[in-house]
Write a protein that binds this ligand. Structure first.
Ligand SMILES: Nc1nc2c(ncn2[C@@H]2O[C@H](COP(=O)(O)OP(=O)(O)OP(=O)(O)O)[C@@H](O)[C@H]2O)c(=O)[nH]1
Ligand SMILES: [Mg+2]
Length: 422
């Protein structure tokens, strides 16, 4: 097993010390998830990074001593290193150097299950690797692809840039095919209100889906990046209302942009939802920073103007005073918030009520006339809308129902006549 030393060297600043502890704690969790043992930490507050070695000369010495003392086999930087810096540090300390981005890619590679996720991760890894190829070449003998050994292994490192570029093109094409197929699939689901769970990793997104959809098969784990592939379940809200709820991959600070780029298509489709449920771990001391990170990724994905409901989860871990203080704090800044617990009985009721409200808001009450003989059309109306009343009159069904605009349009195209709406 790899024995890792973590390095955190942020710029000097007011909250630098507290944030550094936070960030290194998270980096340790990431290292653990990737299967490495953390054997030490080296930190420094920088005026600005050394262009050649990132850390100052003395710190490199300290790092070298720590490696010897602890028998470390790997060094993980919290900060992003340029390919040249990583190469230089490796030469000076004689150990493999990874940065946070590379570690996250490594975890994604070991966690990907579906062929689509595997392709997306491989694409991101290859794109990350391409500018660093020479460094990886020189260390071919000494170092493996990644901690989990599931990265692009030696055989791929032995190929040249041309082959990697070719592979990147092939992966892009295959992914485009998979995504086209899914668009077709999705058209069958039009007309049902859709909500997507987004948020920082480990916030409890999967737990919420599991609880509200009573879906035991949803994987919940106290690990980072338990979920990689979007998973959708239909949820009954009561009153004949339904919502399609989708669980998505969690975000994290400094998420490698290659990963965001290659997961973009999957995420875009998900985030094409009517409502985003931004799940926040209310019991986490750094929830505000987590929230900002998630907002940034959403912006990067171009969905920052989508309606959002903030779902403060894990309130079972707060006492009354803490919960009250939190509610006071967000009352003005995030007015559309609910406070829930995915693990206590009835703890998700506020979310269910909020979803019901959103579905109702989007759906308008309409009166429609349908041919008596067209049983199929009537059945579709019952399936996609909430029927409030129905009577036969002058050879037609007169039905009052709550419908969303897409469903209404489709029914009209198939022969339903709108007699009034409000
Ligand atoms: N106490 C408490 N724990 C919770 C709650 N919701 C989730 N958890 C725990 O938090 C951990 C993470 O839950 P997940 O549902 O896997 O989180 P996620 O947001 O899907 O995480 P990723 O898929 O890794 O992004 C698990 O150990 C859950 O049991 C809650 O309301 N209260
Ligand atoms: Mg999950």
């Amino acid at each position: 097993m790899e024995r890792a030393i973590l390095v955190g060297a942020p710029p000097k600043g007011a909250r630098a010390r507290q944030q550094l502890a936070e960030h290194l704690g998270e980096l340790a969790e990431l290292a653990d998830t990737a299967g490495a043992i953390v054997v030490g930490e080296v930190t420094q507050f920088l005026d600005r990074p050394n262009p050649g070695t990132y850390l100052g000369k003395g710190k490199i010495e300290e790092l070298r001593a720590a490696i010897e003392e602890r028998g470390a086999t790997l060094v993980i930087f919290d900060d992003e290193l340029s390919p040249a810096q990583a190469r230089m540090i490796e030469q000076l300390i004689g150990r493999r150097v990874m940065d946070r981005a590379e570690l996250i890619l490594d975890i994604f590679a070991t966690r990907a299950r579906t062929s689509e996720a595997k392709m997306q991760v491989e694409l991101a890894q290859l794109e990350y690797m391409l500018p660093r190829l020479t460094r990886m070449w020189t260390h071919l003998e000494k170092f493996r692809g990644g901690i989990g050994m599931r990265g692009p292994g030696e055989t791929q490192l032995e190929t040249d840039r041309r082959l990697i570029s070719h592979r990147i093109r092939v992966l892009r094409e295959r992914l485009a095919d998979v995504q086209r197929a899914r668009v077709v699939q999705r058209q069958g689901r039009r007309g049902i209100f859709r909500a997507a769970l987004v948020g920082y990793t480990n916030a409890g997104k999967s737990s919420i889906l599991r609880a509200v959809a009573a879906a035991r098969e949803v994987l919940v784990e106290d690990r980072l990046f338990a979920t990689l592939d979007p998973l959708t379940r239909e949820v009954e809200l009561g009153d004949g209302q339904h919502v399609l709820l989708t669980d998505t991959v969690g975000f994290i600070r400094k998420l490698p942009h290659h990963l965001v780029a290659s997961f973009r298509a999957t995420l875009e489709e998900v985030l094409d939802a009517d409502l985003l449920l931004h799940v926040i771990d209310a019991s986490h001391p750094a929830w505000e920073e987590h929230r900002r990170v998630v907002d940034q990724v959403l912006e990067e994905l171009g969905v920052e103007d989508r309606p959002v409901l903030h779902v403060f989860n894990k309130i079972d871990r707060l006492d009354h005073a803490q919960l009250f203080a939190l509610q006071e704090q967000v009352r003005e800044t995030l007015p559309s918030s609910v406070f829930v617990s995915a693990v206590t009985e009835g703890g998700l009721e506020p979310l269910r009520r909020a979803l019901l409200g959103s579905v109702r808001n989007l759906r308008r009450v309409a009166e429609l006339r349908l041919p008596l003989a067209d049983g199929k059309l009537l059945a579709e109306l019952h399936r996609t809308g909430e029927v409030l009343s129905q009577r036969a009159e002058d050879g037609v069904w007169v039905v009052t129902a709550r419908l969303d605009p897409a469903a209404l349009g489709r029914l009209q195209r198939r022969g339903a006549v709108l007699s009034s709406a409000n």
